[in-house]
Design a protein around this ligand. Sequence first.
Ligand code: SAM
Length: 252
Amino acid sequence: MTARRKKEWFDDDSFWRDMYPFMFPPKRFADAVLEVDKFLALIAPRGKNVLDLCCGPGRNSIPLAKRGFKVTGVDRAKFLLDKAKAKARAAKVKIDWIQADMRDFVRPESFHLVLNLLTSFGYFDDKNQDVAVLRNMFASLRPGGTCVIDVGGKEWLARIFQPTTSRLLPDGTLLVQRHEIFDDWTRIRNEWILIRKGRAKTFRFHHTIYSGQELKERMERAGFTDVKLYGDLDGGAYGSNAQRLIAVGRKP
Ligand SMILES: C[S@@+](CC[C@H](N)C(=O)[O-])C[C@H]1O[C@@H](n2cnc3c(N)ncnc32)[C@H](O)[C@@H]1O
């Protein structure tokens, strides 16, 4: 059942449509092919049924399906799911695509592996809803199954934080990023200003930032055991030098 909720920034398909070229350039898809092999080696899933929660345009779902996994891709944004479906058709793989909110989707004891990748976690103003998502992920796993969450870690962010940065994108667009930390260093408000040919377009979004310990504690609260933190998909240690926070938890 889908709950009635107030509209938030991630509910707006035009956000994902306008951000698509910057968030999902071809290199991100190419990287995913290599990353899928790395995280499969890191976690060694015990079966072939995978839930890619917040699958976006299918960056990870499609390489997994090509490797023989039975993939269910769930995402809120119709625009991104349409992209994913077209890419899956072109790759000639069959994937079960479902449009749903991560707070609602649960399919009890169905998956050997549940993924939530590329900072798709921590979007809700009420942090209890993040725990509700973790509980859904836990419920959807079969006993012995594995959950992988990949976000940007708070330790790294605290070390490199700058309120304003800018860079030139390959197509000549100037991207100015402004960041503000709020809510006792638990959340970040982002403003991305894209300037091209004298025209500026602004995107605003905010989310929770987790430290390794905070994410681990939330996962344990949802029932996960043996939670391990990594700083990269090669199994490198998590810490303030790690650009990613990769948390792997098991369902007993
Ligand atoms: C940064 S993208 C990452 C996409 C994908 N995991 C990847 O690795 O390319 C975040 C994704 O989360 C999805 N999303 C955001 N809020 C959601 C929600 N409440 N329920 C389900 N999906 C959501 C977005 O539509 C988007 O596809």
